[in-house]
Design a protein around this ligand. Structure first.
Ligand SMILES: *Cc1c(COP(=O)(O)O)cnc(C)c1O
Length: 405
């Protein structure tokens, strides 16, 4: 069994996007012009433009999607008697902010075809203690939101959309992050658009929640109300609780990042369209290989194609997913990966008492999934090599030309 990946032809990149010269110039200009370097007019512009883009009621730029999730968890006003329903097939940051509140995490299974949660996987988990449902538009696929929102309404439950992977996609004409009570977006290096490696956005539906965000985002700081004899009396600014007992954070993002984020919104449609074109070509190239099972896209649910994750059904050829991954990496030079270990299997959640779940689809998909390199800047040659070499690997297995991992 070869065991080196030195001859990699198609790497797995830690970076989703490269920048245009115009975007680079925007960053350089903001470096010169911004004063202050945080919480200034670039942030306001980014928030306004994001709000317009997503048609959310309110948008707040923050340092990461995790920060957005932390703020939404805080605003959900959770305690030890409350339950939060969420998928285990997601990144750990979906769950950690809600676990921190002391609430109980209740793991919902994914649908085996779409690989996201549905009303059918959530409904049986609702109890009198359910206070929040978190949906994750994983890989970039919008969850089927209407039935989930209907369920939430009946049970008076808040809905958080983890849209980290789904910026710019819509559902029945409504954008990700504008349907639930909160929407959380990521501009981390991997994502479809990135504000220099880290960054995020929180969208908020209700005015009552929204007015609490600026203080919670920035150490409880606020202006004074009413007339003051001088601008420095009794101090330059005030610090207070927005909600008694809710200690604030500093989740601010810098102005240069906001300038870039704002600029990237001009290209978001094109970036997502490029990804879709490639995804369509990739899926079409494996039409004759039904052992590769792609994410099923329900009517009305758009896909941002943040990732290209497939299920490999090799049992009919006596092959496992690991056999396929080995062949791809060590023989054909494609570094595909495996993602989203069910969260309840991690020591972090096990030790906190969240190690139990009834999620057969989550486990089945994780055990059989392969995620292909899918960075936007992959060259045409790399992309066609990936298709051709993957077909060769699938043929090898069909012809019995492989050794077990
Ligand atoms: C990337 C990601 C996050 C966290 O985003 P950060 O900006 O890195 O904090 C949360 N949820 C999902 C589904 C993600 O993919």
């Amino acid at each position: 069994m070869p065991n080196n990946i030195s001859d990699i032809k198609v790497p797995w990149s830690g970076r989703g996007l490269t920048y245009t010269e115009e975007e680079i110039a925007t960053v350089v200009e903001a470096m010169r012009a911004a004063d202050p370097l945080t919480q200034g007019h670039y942030q306001s512009e980014f928030e306004d433009r994001f709000k317009t883009y997503t048609q959310a009621n309110h948008a707040f730029a923050v340092s990461s999607c995790t920060a957005a999730l932390e703020l939404s968890a805080l605003l959900c006003d959770l305690g030890p008697d409350d339950e939060v329903i969420l998928p285990a097939h997601t990144f750990a940051a979906t769950a950690i902010p809600f676990a921190r509140t002391g609430a109980k995490l209740v793991w919902a299974d994914i649908d085996s075809d779409t690989r996201v949660v549905t009303v059918d996987t959530i409904h049986p988990l609702i109890t009198d203690n359910t206070k929040v449902i978190i949906v994750v538009h994983l890989y970039g696929l919008m969850c089927d939101m209407d039935p989930i929102m209907d369920l939430a309404k009946i049970h008076n439950v808040l809905v958080v959309e983890d849209a980290a992977q789904a910026v710019g996609v819509s559902y029945k004409g409504r954008q990700a992050g504008s349907i639930g009570d909160f929407g959380c977006f990521s501009f981390h290096t991997h994502k479809n658009i990135s504000t220099l490696g880290e960054g995020g956005m929180l969208t908020v539906k209700s005015d009552e929640h929204a007015k609490l965000v600026p203080g919670l985002r920035h150490n409880g700081m606020r202006g004074y109300e009413g007339d003051r004899p001088h601008y420095w009396v009794p101090a330059m600014s005030n610090v207070d609780f927005d909600v008694d007992g809710l200690w604030p954070y500093n989740f601010c993002i810098g102005e240069v990042q906001c300038a870039l984020g704002s600029k990237l919104l001009d290209r978001l449609k094109t970036i997502n369209a490029d990804r879709k074109t490639r995804a369509d070509r990739f899926i079409e190239a494996f039409r004759d290989y039904p052992e590769l099972e792609f994410q099923k896209i329900p009517k009305d649910c758009e896909h941002a194609w943040h990732l290209m994750a497939v299920r490999y059904n090799g049992a009919q050829f006596g092959a496992t997913r690991d056999d396929f991954l080995s062949l791809l990496a060590y023989t054909h030079g494609i570094k595909a990966v495996v993602q989203y270990h069910p969260l309840y299997r991690y020591p972090l959640f096990e030790k906190a008492g969240f190690g139990k779940a009834d999620c057969p689809n989550t486990e089945n998909f994780f055990d059989n999934m392969v995620s292909f390199p899918f960075q936007h800047w992959m060259s045409e040659k790399e992309f066609t090599d990936m298709i051709n070499l993957t077909r060769r690997a699938l043929d090898d297995i069909r012809n019995g030309n492989f050794t077990h991992d």
